[in-house]
Design a protein. Structure first.
Length: 361
């Protein structure tokens, strides 16, 4: 199990944060560190080891926490964060860190009261720093999620699911059901299915608009598998493509290739974004590339690092990120091409394998 190693990695960060224990209240972080998947939980990670660490959940999950987290002592109580703060002194905690990027003002006041004389110290982003670099188990889960997305889209195309007369909403639901049939727990996020002029809206929500011959169709979707999210976008044409559609798709494909090539350990995220954005700007369409190049994916569909002009930091081997440039012509149509990749010391590992060629269906 990777959870023991993840908690050990977190302990190595505690001295730098000036604490000897961290109260973890973000449920995604709790899952990352323990494997627990219930809807109410908190985790106390002690610098001295798992013997002094505790997981807390309520009575609904007493059986579940015993099965999912057999290596930590469990506390059964409804107000999990408050209960673990109360126990801090008994567990020899002298300075208790908390996720100040998650805890509300009212929640903080409750923790201060519960902790008694144990000082509370803001310690935001420690677990997110670890989550940014995926371990082998996470990469394998992401591979499975991406494979499900590839298989579902291939099946949709083979079955003639993209055809004039169907609505955006019908096609999106069809694709999501096929992902479930291939083993997904559900979609990683609400599927973006945008046809014709709607494809120029980056995050268009599917409507009852009917697909028509000649439409660009942008499909941005993903599968949720074992808590991990895949993310891929492909843009197709219903019937023969017009010259402007081919040119737009070729431009985005060139930018996407440049972005993928820039995914190397140590590269600043702003420079990765620039590698793709420069291609679009040289073509005179910089103003029509209106979002960042990509983002990290994992237990959340959007997580660190953010790969964009306002991003910070640099890439490291093991990070899993998307590369998704897009160019959008308002009222006419847009193209986005997106892949999910693992940053490696050599070439990045591609997790989404559906062809990036312009398909005419």
């Amino acid at each position: 199990m990777p959870f023991t190693a993840r908690r050990a990695a977190l302990r190595a960060l505690l001295p730098g944060a000036g604490v000897d224990a961290l109260l973890v209240t973000d449920l995604v972080n709790v899952r990352y560190l323990s494997g627990f998947t219930g809807s109410n939980a908190a985790l106390l990670v002690h610098a001295d080891g798992d013997d002094r660490s505790r997981i807390c959940t309520d009575g609904r999950y007493a059986t579940q926490v015993a099965a999912e987290v057999p290596d930590l002592a469990a506390v059964i109580e409804r107000a999990c964060a408050v209960e673990l703060a109360k126990r801090a002194a008994k567990l020899s905690v002298e300075r208790l860190g908390f996720e100040s990027d998650v805890v509300t003002v009212d929640g903080y006041e409750a923790l201060v009261e519960a902790a008694g004389g144990v000082p509370l110290v803001r310690a935001p982003g420690l677990v997110q720093r670890l989550r940014a670099v995926k371990d082998a188990a996470e990469v394998e889960a992401l591979r499975r999620a991406c494979s499900v997305g590839d298989a579902a889209l291939a099946e949709l195309l083979e079955a003639g699911g993209l055809r004039p007369g169907r609505t955006e909403r019908e096609v999106a639901l069809d694709l999501e059901n096929r992902m479930r049939a291939h083993g997904a727990d559900g979609p990683a996020f609400p599927t973006i299915l945008a046809a014709g002029a709607n494809s120029a809206v980056p995050h268009h929500r599917p409507t009852d608009a009917q697909l028509q011959r000649g439409d660009l169709v942008k499909i941005d979707f993903g599968a949720l598998v074992d808590g991990y999210h895949s993310d891929m976008t492909r843009t197709l044409v219903l019937g023969p493509a017009a010259d402007w559609q081919r040119e737009l798709h070729a431009l985005v494909a060139e930018a996407q290739a440049a972005g993928r090539a820039a995914l190397v350990p140590g590269a600043e995220v702003t420079r990765v974004d620039a590698a793709a954005r420069d291609v679009v700007e040289r073509a005179g369409r910089g103003d029509q590339f209106v979002h960042g190049l990509g983002h990290g994916v994992g237990l959340q569909i959007h997580e660190a690092p953010y790969v964009g002009r306002t991003g910070t930091g640099s890439l490291a081997a093991g990070m899993v990120v998307t590369v998704e440039p897009g160019v959008y012509l308002e009222g006419k149509g847009g193209v986005r091409i997106e892949d999910t990749l693992v940053v490696r010391d050599a070439d990045p590992e591609l997790l989404t394998h559906t062809t990036r060629e312009l398909l005419e269906v």
